[in-house]
Design a protein around this ligand. Structure first.
Ligand code: SF4
Ligand code: SF4
Length: 373
């Protein structure tokens, strides 16, 4: 189907149409990254075709529990937040910033090459889309601007996928981040699969999205088809657990000495898992190393966590020595002081920190205990 700019930007695609979109993206030079099945989990990796997607699989998530199981249909996107978020593609866990080599009596500085990859992310959940927007604000809007982040972000192509079922630990609807993607995507899909049919309702979110789908076989959906897709998203929303976003920031900052901080710190291992899986956490540290010959040195940036003891070590001492203070710092930053800093919450409600906390600490349950909501 040939679309004219300005025509109604909703279409219906078959799985073959999705395959054609991947073909178009490959032809214009994108590396396509999407969900795959690996290590008994859904893992975001390079995909060559829709055959690489975890068709017919879903995940079951509870506090400290994750497993994949077969679905009774052939949905391509029938699961929720994958263990690792997309952040590692924009903000790598370990990056060489520069190298210095001894040259004669002087030194040669070698800048790290910029990442020139053109990435198309396939299957970004609405909460993850918002997480990308939150990190973008952090990395691009201040004097700490990260040009390597910008270089990848500028060329990113995003196919979002609306959620048609809720994960056990999701609370995106409370954070106004899902289950329906509203903006910041090039294309957004809602997958409909039942005994009789399998199709996607596609919303076009950008001119690039329009040009990619331009020559792909598609059709005008009927009102019933659009309503069927919307109904699935509404059904997911009704399943999602709730957190009161309006009152939480103020109530948390008013309860910094609540006894629950002591209680939760007895269980918290200060392992930092919650920060590693969180799609919005952005803290890093910088390390300098030299090789054994003393001729080559390098400076690396790697992800860090506010749960590590060294994180708060400064000249004169450490200002966050107890797990209580570290857990309190993390939770209040996500849901309270982030709002003061950036104008909105630093949590998108993906639930990863609940699933991947080895002792099953649930951020929503902690908020409810501390704020009394
Ligand atoms: S704090 Fe937890 S639920 Fe919120 S965005 Fe981070 S990992 Fe997801
Ligand atoms: S809350 Fe859980 S995941 Fe986070 S540091 Fe504590 S034990 Fe680790």
């Amino acid at each position: 189907m040939v679309l004219q700019s300005g025509t109604k930007r909703i279409l219906k695609l078959t799985p073959d149409g999705l395959e054609q979109i991947l073909d178009v993206l490959h032809k214009i030079g994108f590396e396509t990254i999407g969900p795959t099945l690996g290590n008994d989990a859904i893992v975001y990796e390079t995909i060559g075709s829709i055959d690489d997607l975890p068709q017919g699989w879903t995940d079951k998530q509870e506090p400290a529990a994750y497993r994949i199981i077969k679905r009774n249909d052939q949905a391509y996107f029938g699961f929720n937040a994958a263990p690792q978020s997309w952040k590692r593609f924009l903000y790598p866990p370990d990056r060489t910033l520069f190298r210095i080599r001894r040259k004669g009596k002087g030194l040669e500085f070698m800048e790290q090459e910029e990442n020139t990859a053109e990435l198309a992310l396939i299957g970004v959940r609405p909460c993850e889309l918002e997480a990308i927007t939150i990190q973008e604000r952090v990395f691009t809007s201040s004097e700490q601007r990260d040009d390597s982040y910008l270089a990848v972000r500028k060329k990113l192509f995003i196919i979002a996928v609306n959620c048609t079922s809720s994960g056990g630990n999701c609370f995106c609807a409370s954070m106004n981040t899902g289950p329906h993607a509203k903006e910041n995507f090039d294309l957004a899909l809602t997958e409909v699969v039942n005994a009789n049919e399998h199709f996607f309702i596609v919303e076009i979110g950008s001119e690039t999205g329009l040009s990619v789908i331009h020559d792909v076989e598609s059709a005008e959906p009927t009102e019933d088809e659009v309503e069927t897709a919307a109904g699935l998203v509404r059904q997911a929303e009704s399943q999602i657990r709730k957190l009161d976003l309006d009152t939480t920031p103020k109530l948390l900052s008013a309860n910094l000495e609540h006894p629950e901080w002591d209680e939760v710190s007895k269980r918290c291992l200060a392992c930092g898992n919650c920060t590693m899986v969180c799609p919005t956490c952005f803290c890093s540290t910088v390390e300098d190393t030299t090789d054994l010959s003393g001729k080559l040195a390098e400076r690396r940036r790697r992800w860090d966590s506010c749960f590590t003891l060294d994180f708060a070590k400064v000249a004169g001492g450490n200002f966050r020595t107890s797990p209580r203070s570290r857990y309190r710092q993390w939770l209040t930053h996500k849901l309270s002081s982030w709002v003061d800093q950036f104008g909105k919450s630093g949590c998108v409600g993906c639930g990863r920190c609940i699933t991947w906390c080895p002792v099953g600490i649930d951020i929503t349950a902690e908020v409810q205990k501390i704020t009394g909501t």
